[in-house]
Design a protein around this ligand. Structure first.
Ligand SMILES: Cc1ncc(COP(=O)(O)O)c(C=O)c1O
Length: 405
């Protein structure tokens, strides 16, 4: 029987092969160090949990909540944008709270896409960027992830050669998976480009607060007039280690925000009110916990780069995000990232994500998530050293990339 129309557009989960290797190694008793998924291991700050507990059971909090987010939460997000980016937003018309930024992204796609509409999507990128639009009946055209001058030439080419003309361009900096960051100057050019070509910008700023030098990642909305063409997504998941709570935001262009709010009003009643109240407390509270989070990831980043480097694998140090984007070590390059990551689980007990899982231009790399503590990262490096030294000829079932179909 033919697969359902929509399911045919969703390939089997890209991490399946590595997950199978992980499960097999665990079953065999191996101590697996999982640096695969970007699932934060840090605890949610205590004052946020306290607020949740205080709110539980209060009158009316068990009822359906507000689909676009309670007023206090939207005001708190406006406060964050004003403080952090100097951007003034109207909480009633320019902000919607979402069930995680991923849901917001997927439902913006539902809201703005007609069947066959073309969207420019970075490759490699976080899967929902492409699949949100594919699920909505759209068509994806890949553009580079790197925010270099070539980016605009490639986008221009893609626009000229797309029929119909693309409706939107997706950007994500700090990037998942590549950890690249963009400057405000890049965003100025981006906004001018989007206006010239009359396309929307959808900016995923999930890692706005996860950065390691003195340059906080900017928002596209800092560019004067950007709101005419831009919607930006942020998340509580990484900033406050609240990934399981499912709170994020879409902010910016009123027409798109209204469209998203309309779609959501048919689909959900908002997150559980106590979760929204606690998220409000997080955004309005001290940012000491954010600095602490940043420092933890920075130390892990340094440990990763140093210990893997000593093990023989040079990892370019990421300036932001919770990921390192690492080229395959020289002698494994012909294997391709999927096979390399699978063997790495088997031979070193360390799980990483194959770059190809984020799009074909991610081939040749793996993504290493810094979601284990420094001691475990050092332990991972010891496994990696053993793996790298074991040499490709000792590994079984290896078919070089060039010999595979
Ligand atoms: C770039 C990017 N966008 C969005 C998300 C999803 O965030 P949320 O938990 O807010 O849905 C992630 C999570 O890993 C991400 O890396």
């Amino acid at each position: 029987m033919e697969e359902f129309y929509r399911i045919r557009r969703l390939p089997p989960y890209v991490f399946e092969q590595v997950n199978r290797a992980k499960a097999a190694a665990r079953n065999a008793g191996a101590d697996i160090i999982d640096l695969g998924m970007g699932n934060p291991d840090l605890p949610t700050p205590p004052h946020v949990i306290k607020k949740l507990k205080e709110t539980l059971g209060k009158p009316k909090t068990d009822r359906y909540s507000a689909s676009r987010g309670i007023t206090g939460l939207r005001k708190a997000q406006a406060g964050y944008y004003a403080r952090r980016f100097g951007v003034k937003l109207n909480p009633d018309t320019q902000i919607v709270a979402t069930l995680g930024s991923k849901e917001g992204f997927a439902n913006v796609a539902q809201a703005i896409t007609a069947p066959g509409d073309v969207v420019l999507c970075p490759n490699p990128s976080y899967p929902i960027h492409a699949f949100g639009f594919l699920m909505a009946g759209g068509v994806i055209r890949s553009v580079p992830s790197a925010p270099t001058p070539d980016f605009f030439a490639a986008c221009e080419r893609a626009i000229i050669h797309s029929i119909p003309k693309p409706i939107a361009l997706i950007v994500c900096y700090p990037s998942n998976p590549t950890a690249q960051i963009a400057s405000l100057d890049f965003y100025k050019d981006l906004v001018a480009f989007a206006k010239k070509h009359e396309i929307f910008i959808l900016s995923d700023l999930a890692y706005s607060e996860v950065y390691f030098d003195d340059n906080p990642p900017p928002s596209v909305l800092q560019v004067p007039g950007a709101i005419d063409v831009t919607v930006e997504f942020t998340s509580m998941s990484k900033t406050f280690s609240m990934a399981g709570w499912r709170i994020g935001f879409a902010v910016g262009n009123e027409r798109i925000i209204a469209a998203l709010a309309r779609v959501k009003s048919y689909l959900d009643y908002g997150a559980f009110t106590p979760v929204q109240v606690a998220a409000t407390a997080a955004l309005n509270g001290s940012d000491a916990c954010i600095r602490e989070m940043r420092e933890t990831y920075r130390k892990r980043r340094d440990t990763l780069v140093e210990s893997f480097g000593r093990a023989g694998w040079v990892i370019p140090p990421p300036q932001a995000s919770m990921f390192a984007w690492a080229p395959l070590p020289e002698k494994f390059r012909d294997l391709g990232s999927m096979q390399f990551a699978t063997l790495m689980v088997e031979k070193s007990g360390v799980v990483v994500s194959p770059g190809v899982a984020f799009g074909e231009h991610g081939e040749g790399y793996v993504r290493i998530a810094m979601v284990e503590n420094e001691q475990r990262i050092r332990q991972a490096a010891r496994g990696v050293r053993h793996f790298l030294e074991s040499g490709i000829e000792t590994l079984h079932n290896v078919v070089p990339l060039a010999n595979r179909r």
